[in-house]
Design a protein. Structure first.
Length: 74
């Protein structure tokens, strides 16, 4: 009998939420801002950097605000 074990690491709920937000918001923003580059297949270092930053920015904002909101007041 084969048993499947749970992963040994656990992703923080804030990180998981930030990843989901980043994927959703980043995809929408990339469709708005970079669809012409993707459809024309004209990738440059600059356009790839913009696409990557478009995913990183909502991740950072979501993670920061989630962590900040979960802190209990003094």
């Amino acid at each position: 009998m084969i048993s499947i074990s749970k992963p040994k690491f656990k992703i923080d709920k804030h990180v998981r939420t930030a990843l989901l937000v980043s994927i959703c918001i980043g995809t929408v923003l990339n469709l708005i801002n970079s669809l012409d580059v993707v459809l024309a297949n004209q990738f440059t270092v600059k356009s790839i950097s913009k696409i990557i930053l478009t995913y990183i920015t909502p991740f950072c904002v979501s993670l920061y605000s989630s962590k900040k909101a979960s802190k209990k007041p003094l």
